[in-house]
Design a protein around this ligand. Structure first.
Ligand code: ADP
Ligand code: MG
Length: 391
């Protein structure tokens, strides 16, 4: 489904639900992380960008204090009185269908900013962001609802505050322990730019990518591999990072630089040291990527993307053979740079490629997967695009 199709579908679903046209359409994009992996929960740096694939929410205010949400995903709408949200989240969230916790969780998170007699909404959602392909459909649905509610309740919150409401919904209403990178990318995105985010200060700044002028495209290679131990693996990596920071005597690994690595190697066991080395060098690579984009342009970032992949494969040990094959094959077919993106243990890789090489790189990766006996990957291009707003 394209974003235009999603807008039509959201409008139609809204009319089927209410018999009327919506007051407006709001939408928010998915995102791809260009570089900076597992650095978010270490108070470090990330560099994601919003994409043209968007989730659309058709919304009208109601005259009573009820919120009703519907999605093309789900057969039934879910209806909750605004006054019940504080009882439901987080304690009784299991009573709400999982998908509905995302939009209702955002309304819950924003309710504290609204007038005590604020009325509810009818919300109909459709999405062009595929679920579970590493594009953060969850942030897209949260941020689409957040901008709609902000406008209809006239809250006047800034984009970072709306991103934080999205994270609160995901952490507490859904129950997924994630950082705020995805929502910040979805809220702050700009055309042909990435969002440089300091995960400690939460300061976000758009960094021009220059991909359009350089004739570059970003290929997403979704391996469609998802490993059962990805949740456990994530928890384990977080624990290693916390241990490393504690043993090194810093609040977070963000506070270490590459100069501290020799001391870390003396102090830490081999596994913890390598986990720490990934985070410390990855933070540096994000800073280097921002600087390189400004000084030399996007054709010069390939080595940083590759070094990031190698660090995740060898030090953080979160890659899988399918991701390594995707990266190696894209590079052999002429990509500027490539790396796995997202939490790891499966998911997607990205490759930055010249426009003219999109087809041959795609074909080469498909062939390599077939030769290796892997499941066929989904390969598509994404374009760095604007953040959440009126559709
Ligand atoms: P992703 O990597 O795509 O963000 P998540 O597991 O974090 O994967 O979030 C996906 C979940 O978000 C879906 O299982 C669903 O519960 C919810 N979701 C995303 N988009 C929609 C939508 N358009 N309608 C309803 N629920 C959605
Ligand atoms: Mg998600």
């Amino acid at each position: 489904m394209t974003t235009t199709d999603a807008a039509t579908a959201a409008r139609e679903l809204f009319t089927a639900l209410t018999g009327a046209a919506p007051a407006g359409l709001w939408s928010a994009p998915g995102r791809v992380n260009l570089i900076g992996e597992h650095t978010d929960y270490n108070d470090g740096f990330v560099l994601p960008f919003a994409i043209t694939h968007r989730t659309v929410a058709a919304v009208s205010p109601r005259s009573d204090r009820v919120v009703r949400v519907a999605s093309t995903f789900a057969p039934d709408a879910v209806e909750v009185p605004l006054g019940d949200l504080d009882d439901l989240f987080p304690a009784r969230r299991d009573e709400i269908a999982e998908w509905a916790r995302y939009p209702l969780g955002v309304v819950w998170a924003l309710q504290g900013h609204a007038a005590s007699d604020a009325t509810g909404f009818d919300i109909a959602i459709a999405s062009a962001v595929p679920v579970g392909a590493g594009l953060s459909s969850s942030a897209a649905i949260e941020c689409a609802v957040a901008v709609a509610v902000d406008e209809l309740w006239a809250l006047g919150l800034d984009r970072s505050a709306l991103a934080l409401a999205g994270r609160r919904a995901e952490n507490e209403a859904v129950g997924a322990p994630t950082g705020v990178m995805d929502q910040m990318a979805s809220m702050h995105g700009e055309a042909d730019a990435a969002i440089f985010l300091d995960c400690r200060s939460l300061k976000a700044r758009a960094v021009p990518l220059g991909f359009a002028e350089a004739g570059l495209e970003v290929l997403v290679i979704d391996t469609r591999v998802s490993h059962a131990h990805s949740t456990g693996g994530y928890r384990e990596r977080r624990a290693s990072c916390e241990l490393g920071a504690r043993l090194m005597g810093v609040p977070a690994l963000r506070d270490l630089g590459v100069d501290d690595l020799p001391r870390a190697q003396e102090l830490l066991d081999d596994v913890t040291f390598r986990r720490v080395r990934h985070i410390v060098t990855e933070d540096q690579r994000v800073l280097d990527t921002v600087r390189t984009l400004g000084e030399e342009g996007p054709l010069a970032i390939g080595a940083l993307l590759l070094a990031s992949h190698a660090s995740m494969r060898d030090d953080f040990e979160i890659s899988v053979p399918e991701l390594d094959t995707a990266v190696a094959t894209a590079m052999a077919a002429g990509a500027v740079g490539a790396r796995m993106t997202g939490g790891g243990f499966g998911g997607a890789a990205i490759a930055v490629v010249d426009r003219g090489l999109v087809s041959p790189v795609t074909a080469a990766v498909e062939q390599a997967f077939a030769d290796a006996g892997y499941r066929a990957p989904h390969i598509f291009t994404v374009t760095p695009a604007a953040g959440a707003g009126r559709a």
